[in-house]
Design a protein around this ligand. Structure first.
Ligand code: DGJ
Length: 730
């Protein structure tokens, strides 16, 4: 059984195949007891958690003055029960007070897992997942709280979220409602986060957890390029392959907070959820507020072990739809190829060239609608540009189909240009604070998705497009962050709901469109990888990883992204050299190999690409078609980090473990540098593995222990090894 409640101990045990998460009651306090390697039983709560009288700490039970919540590891910390660290929930009630006192009422253990109303979340059937719901009630305020834990037994993952139901006839104003909280005591941890910028997304940062609060958050109305909704706590000696790792990932695409608060006893409180900054939510009688989902993963096998758990879960229990497992088309995208400068003839020529190379789908990126010849106009006017597409989208789609490619389209439906018909018809349809200037980003404003009428309008516009042309793929872009987060449609006391209502609106639009058009592959994008999170992955099984397509920089961007997100979610394209952003020249083979580590695509003008490069791209496409299932559905091992060395090495192994592919890419060549040996992972030591291309055979043991010696000859040099396992043993 995954979930067990021990009545006599009053302890909840949440077991996965290899881990346990344990919490229980110390008198009335729900305390966190343990999370880590599987542990079937523990002695009495009192001997497992630290509780002792500390000077200056208050207590709320005069019979037990040594039970001081401020010093306990709490599972559901609240403001008002003498714990003075950050609470998981904070609200203002009709009498002006902000104290909550939720008392345990009951719990139930259910098979399967319910959807989170209006929010993206992991899913699984009754054989895969079991759910614990614990109900609490505050008798003074008449508010009910439900903590929900779902255990994916075989996947070694636990998800959490909370719900708050106003059972009173008075309003409650929620000021903070986080998704999960875990208090770790007795550990000296370091914290791993993914930080970066536009064109430099998700660099890995690792720092000791200091006393005080360490916060990684977003206040941008999107999860953002700058920080990802993920952190992990690791022991000082944890490596990629060994040691304890506690991962926290939030399935949410808006303003988030991921915090680690270390108190004077060294207890580290990790909490995550919607950012309470500029947030509040008025809960009227009978209404419920649901928090986004937090995904908690423990691994004793280092950071790589944690990543593989997230990869499997997100691949199989978060991403959805037709393209979840099957090979996705190799796209040829027009953006870096022609930007705004195209017409039908150029597109058809490009498609023909792409077809010859082996591409499978042409994506018409920005510039196809309204009067859009640069980025200053037309967002909102989603009708074909008459000068560029005389036969409209359906005419173009047919012509592309006749060439033998599928047709895909870029849209940016969350935005509005002031220079558009939509804006002149509806100047109040953008996010803004009435009476204040409206800041532009990339000359554009954001449509107010907190308003359902606007969401429905967008659904009808995009539906029309998809119903009237043969479109197999949509690239859903979003190119600016939210600044004046206000809505013309919300009353003053709900203005601070705008950013979260916007996300609920976006999820509603995406849910409706992806359900209505199940054959269309949706790819997420936000000025590159500005919204690379579990929320978007629930609707779009792949995301444009970064606008930086430079092969050298992509090593770090894709490596950092892979800490949480599987390779199949990372769109990766071969672009031209000199790179448009970095002005760097890299060999075409390297550009191809780096793109092969994700969802391979092309984004260059084939007509002006030299023949030798085209030959290499064509070969790479052939190879990719052979191996894409391994990249898509296999397990990934990071063998060498481009953040720590001059070399990046990744290994993918197919689900049946019969095929292994290794990518090794240099950054800068080091003259007379150290010799390099890489050791592979997860092979059968007794079996023979053949590298047909080089005509070599190795035992699994040799590959895992002796390893492969890599000759290092030049900057950005890339090598790919494909091994096939022989059925016979050594
Ligand atoms: C930003 C995206 O990341 C690019 O790939 C491209 O689609 C542009 N927007 C188009 O404006």
């Amino acid at each position: 059984m995954a979930i067990v409640f021990n009545e006599s101990q009053r302890i909840f045990y949440l077991h996965t195949k290899s881990t346990s998460y344990i919490f229980g009651f110390l008198n009335n306090n729900l305390v966190h007891i343990y999370w880590g390697e599987k542990l079937l039983e523990i002695p009495d709560v009192k001997v497992c958690v630290p509780y002792c009288k500390r000077p200056q700490s208050a207590y709320n039970d005069p019979e037990n003055i040594d039970i001081q919540p401020d010093n306990l590891p709490l599972e559901f910390p609240l403001y008002g029960n003498t714990d003075l660290r950050g609470p998981m929930f904070h609200a203002m009630y009709e009498d002006g007070s902000t104290i909550s006192d939720f008392k345990y009422v009951s719990h139930k253990i259910l098979s399967g897992k319910s959807k989170l109303s209006g929010l993206p979340a992991t899913y699984g059937d009754e054989n895969e997942v079991q759910t614990l719901e614990i109900e609490f009630f505050d008798e003074k305020t008449n508010v009910k709280a439900i903590l929900s834990y779902s255990v994916f037994y075989n996947k070694n993952a636990i998800t959490r979220h909370a719900r708050y139901l106003n059972c009173s006839d008075k309003n409650v104003v929620i000021q903070k409602a986080l998704s999960a909280n875990v208090d770790f005591f007795g550990n000296e941890f370091e914290i791993v986060s993914l930080c970066g910028s536009v064109l430099r997304e998700r660099e890995i940062q690792r720092l000791p957890v200091p006393f005080g609060e360490t916060v990684f958050d977003s206040k941008r109305g999107a999860s953002g390029h700058q920080r990802n909704p993920f952190i992990a706590l690791v022991d000082k000696n944890t490596t990629e392959d060994t040691g304890r790792v506690y991962g926290f990932s939030l399935v949410y695409s808006g303003n988030f907070v991921m915090g680690a608060e270390k108190d004077s006893h060294g207890t580290i409180r990790v909490s995550l959820g919607i950012n309470p900054f500029d947030f509040s939510w008025k809960l009227e009688e009978g209404e419920e507020f649901v928090t986004p989902e937090a995904v908690l993963v423990y691994s004793g096998d280092g950071i790589g072990g944690m990543s593989r758990i997230y990869h499997r879960l997100y691949r199989e229990n978060l991403c959805r739809g037709k393209y979840k497992k099957i090979p996705r088309p190799i796209v040829l995208n027009t953006w870096e190829t022609m930007h705004f400068d195209f017409d039908e003839d150029k597109l058809i020529k490009l498609a023909q060239n792409g077809k010859e190379l082996g591409a499978e789908l042409l994506v018409l990126d920005d510039g196809w609608f309204g009067k859009r010849d640069d980025d200053t106009s037309s967002l909102g006017d989603w009708t074909p540009h008459p000068g560029k597409l005389p036969d409209g989208l359906s005419g173009l789609a047919e012509k592309i189909k006749a060439v033998g490619l599928k047709f895909g389209l870029w849209v940016e439906p969350e935005m509005i240009s002031e220079n558009s018909k939509l804006y002149s018809d509806h100047p109040d349809w953008c996010i803004h604070v009435p009476g204040r200037p409206r800041s532009r980003g990339r000359h554009q404003l954001i449509l107010d998705y907190s308003n359902r009428e606007i969401c429905d309008y967008i659904i009808s516009v995009i539906s029309d497009i998809l119903e009237n042309a043969d479109i197999s793929y949509i690239k859903w872009d979003m190119n600016r962050n939210m600044t004046e987060a206000g809505s013309a449609f919300l009353p003053p006391d709900r203005q601070r709901e705008t950013a979260h209502r916007y996300m609920l609106g976006l999820y509603y639009v995406l849910e409706t469109l992806t359900s209505k058009f199940p054959d269309v592959l949706f790819e997420g994008c936000a000025a590159g990888g500005g919204r690379f999170d579990g929320g978007i992955l629930h609707y779009c099984p792949q995301i444009w990883t970064s606008d930086n397509s430079d092969a050298h920089d992509r090593l770090e961007i894709q490596y950092g992204t892979s800490i949480v997100y599987p390779s199949c979610t990372m769109a990766a394209h071969v672009s031209k050299s000199l790179n448009v952003n970095t002005r760097r020249i890299t060999p075409v083979k390297t550009r191809c190999d780096v793109a092969m580590m994700g969802q391979f695509g092309l984004e260059l003008d084939i007509g002006t690409t030299p023949d030798d490069e085209l030959a290499c791209i064509s070969e790479s496409i052939k190879k990719y078609k052979e191996i894409r299932d391994i990249i898509h559905n296999g397990d990934m091992y990071r063998i060498k980090s481009p953040f720590d060395s001059n070399l990046a090495v990744w290994q993918f192994i197919s689900q049946d473990k019969n095929k292994v592919i290794v990518f090794a890419v240099n950054k800068l060549f080091k003259i007379n540098g150290p010799f390099i040996n890489i050791r592979l992972c997860d092979l059968d030591g007794d079996c023979i593995y053949t590298d047909k291309e080089r005509g070599l055979t190795y035992s699994g043991n040799a590959l895992m222990n002796l390893g492969l010696y890599l000759k290092d000859n030049s900057d950005f040099e890339s090598r790919v090894f494909l091994f096939e396992k022989e059925t016979k043993k050594q």
